[in-house]
Design a protein around this ligand. Structure first.
Ligand SMILES: [Zn+2]
Length: 643
């Protein structure tokens, strides 16, 4: 096309310019306005994604100028079970890889959610209900007291504002520079802490516990979304050296490897661990009867456990005097399960963990850390690098589901570090999606494996309620039904993308490429969408718009069937909802034959009505849309002809 240059008329030039744009705009507005029922703007128009740049490219990949901060921690802490006092000193080494000088550091003090004056406690934020699991955001702890914040021996000005704190650096930290900040702090470990941290008698699961530096990135600058409970955490990667001093009758496990095994483990435990490191089957490091006899032992002093972890986004730990401890090895990774003697189902948990870590490693990205550990206890399910918390559970199915889910988080978001406080679908959702296949692998041939893949579609009826459903793009704190919008709806979305739109191989390759491209980095929603579209080779803006950014509903219908003068059967199909999807038709013929026709989503490009023509000479006697019942179709009564 060669638009003519108009003499001096701005108005005409603008009009021409507009007309040119218009021609290139997918699904022109005129076409929609003329099409009855197609009242919304084109479902195929481009999504308003973030403008690509040299940090995050148009192909959805980290660009040549991609940067992220590195934050290392050295922490020495003591937990006294007599007083529940957790006291710590930490040195934060902050490496500023950004191109900007920074004059402040922002800290996150999640445990301040426990303060009576915290936003969550004042508002009495209601708990999240996930079926039988409850994530209550009440807390009986004290919050965090910062006793000293200093650098180079000089106290730093700082101000605590609820779950965040601003620390003034003595000098602006230049681009490429590093600084160290020392913090002395204390808190009381709550019995029940906002569904993330807590204890049950003498079993402790301690998480989100030390002052952590907030993420500074190219997208939002400082990420300071307050911790209200539902949003989990968004952290920088770094290395940890942590020394934890506790009574010497406790057995401990944590993010990171034990660097002083001689000081904290018996010779027998160490030789059993050496055997476990050569074994695919679980080896008891602490047996059931040993755990029971340990239970009766009281402390004779204190013991310091030292852990080191590299390239992780957080650090959590657990301890109890009476843990059973099983270990095995997959591909050089120590697979560990810690549980109380009463949790009998947990004898299978090590096998479950082994299968889970192997499955996700092969399917997504090799598990990158030296151990993968699950601890049984009061927490209803929570994930930290190398360490997950899983409840006792009463069925094998329930145990596997939570166990594989929490381990799935090692990939999203512990490796692929999206912002959980903003995009629950990118970690809980991706994870729920991959968990389904993990269940199918572990329970192959059993009824649970058969039932699991249709679970998201079954949930759709109860949870996807027109008028009250919310877009999955909303942050977790704004979701009334996070279980649906953050977990199972994204799983349904990705399942349909995998099997109905891209096909399994094409989807799997794209999803794996996204995972590899953003491993140990901070992808945004725009990055994921671009990466998937580029890798799969398909414009999917129409898909994400409907599923992620709106509550568009699907209603495909057979509007009518007629035969032309020359004997061509015309099947009039309609897309009555705001969501478009490909269509599958089952045609029945008068000679008894049946045929499946798969129509790509481009059928709706010219509007919400599409006529499919069947070659002359064959009499169509029945038409069924979505004969396998795989779509969440709002009105299935109009899927059949004759009605
Ligand atoms: Zn989760």
């Amino acid at each position: 096309m060669n638009p003519r240059r108009s003499p001096n008329s701005v108005a005409v030039r603008l009009a021409l310019f507009a007309a040119t744009l218009f021609l290139f705009m997918p699904g022109s507005a005129t076409a929609q306005e003329e099409a009855p029922g197609w009242k919304v703007r084109s479902p195929f128009g481009p999504l308003g994604l973030a403008t690509p740049n040299t940090i995050r490219t148009g192909a959805g990949l980290p660009g040549p100028d991609y940067w992220q901060q590195k934050v290392d921690y050295r922490i020495e802490a003591t937990l006294d079970p007599a007083t529940q006092l957790l006291t710590g000193s930490e040195t934060i080494r902050y490496r500023n890889n950004s191109p900007h000088a920074l004059s402040v550091l922002w800290l996150k003090l999640d445990t301040n959610l426990c303060q009576p004056e915290s936003k969550s406690q004042v508002l009495a934020v209601p708990p999240l209900m996930f079926g039988e699991s409850v994530f209550d955001f009440t807390c009986d702890g004290s919050g965090m007291t910062l006793e000293r914040v200093a650098a180079g021996g000089r106290d730093l000005e700082h101000e605590v504002m609820g779950t965040i704190a601003r620390v003034e650096l003595p000098h602006p930290l230049p681009a490429g520079g590093s600084t160290e900040v020392e913090i002395d702090w204390y808190m009381t470990q709550p019995e029940y802490g906002y569904g993330r941290t807590g204890r049950d008698g003498t079993l402790y699961q301690v998480a989100q516990w030390y002052p952590r530096v907030a993420v500074f990135d190219d997208v939002s600058g400082w990420n300071l979304t307050p911790f209200l409970g539902a949003g989990e955490f968004y952290q920088e990667f770094g290395d940890f050296l942590v020394a934890l001093t506790v009574p010497d009758n406790f057995v401990m496990t944590a993010t990171g490897t034990i660097v002083n095994p001689d000081a904290v483990l018996t010779d027998e435990q160490q030789s059993r661990l050496a055997r476990a490191d050569e074994s695919e089957d679980a080896v008891a490091i602490i047996t059931g009867s040993e755990a029971l006899s340990n239970r009766g032992r009281s402390a004779s002093g204190a013991k310091t456990w030292r852990f080191a972890a590299e390239n992780v986004r957080d650090f959590a730990f657990a301890m109890a005097p009476d843990f059973r401890w099983d270990a095995s090895s997959y591909d050089g990774i120590r697979i560990q399960t810690f549980y109380r003697p009463e949790a009998e189902l947990w004898e299978e948990a090590n096998r479950m963990s082994w299968v889970t870590i192997k499955h996700f490693s092969e399917r997504l990205f090799p598990y990158p850390w030296p151990h993968a550990t699950t601890v049984e206890g009061p927490n209803d399910g929570m994930e930290y690098p190398m360490l997950t918390f899983v409840p006792t559970e009463t069925t094998r199915e329930g145990l596997y589901w939570v166990l594989t889910h929490e381990f799935g988080h090692e990939w999203y978001p512990m490796i692929v570090n999206s912002n959980e406080r903003l995009h629950p679908w990118m970690d809980e959702g991706f994870n729920t999606f991959i968990d389904i296949e993990s269940v199918e692998v572990y329970f192959e041939g059993e009824p649970y494996a058969e039932a699991i893949s249709i679970q998201p579609l079954e949930m759709w009826t109860d949870h996807s309620i027109a008028g009250s459903e919310q877009a999955m793009a909303l942050p977790p704190d704004e979701q009334h039904d996070l279980f649906w919008a953050g977990y199972f709806k994204p799983a349904l979305m990705l399942h349909l993308l995998q099997y109905e739109i891209l096909g399994k191989d094409r989807f799997d390759r794209a999803f794996r490429e996204y995972t590899h491209a953003w491993a140990f980095k901070h992808p945004t929603a725009s990055d994921f969408i671009r990466s998937m579209e580029n890798s799969a080779g398909m414009d999917l803006d129409w898909f994400w718009r409907a599923w992620v950014y709106s509550t568009a509903r699907l209603d495909q219908a057979v509007a009518g069937v007629s035969v032309t003068d020359v004997g061509v059967t015309e099947i009039r199909l309609e897309s009555l909802g705001r969501m478009v999807m490909p269509a599958e038709l089952q045609l029945g013929f008068s000679d008894g034959a049946a045929e499946i026709v798969r129509l790509p989503v481009e059928m709706w490009k010219l509007g919400p009505v599409y006529t499919y023509r069947v070659t002359a000479g064959r009499e169509v006697t029945s038409v069924t849309l979505d004969p396998r019942g795989v779509y969440p179709d709002d009105d299935r009564a109009n899927n059949e002809w004759p009605r």
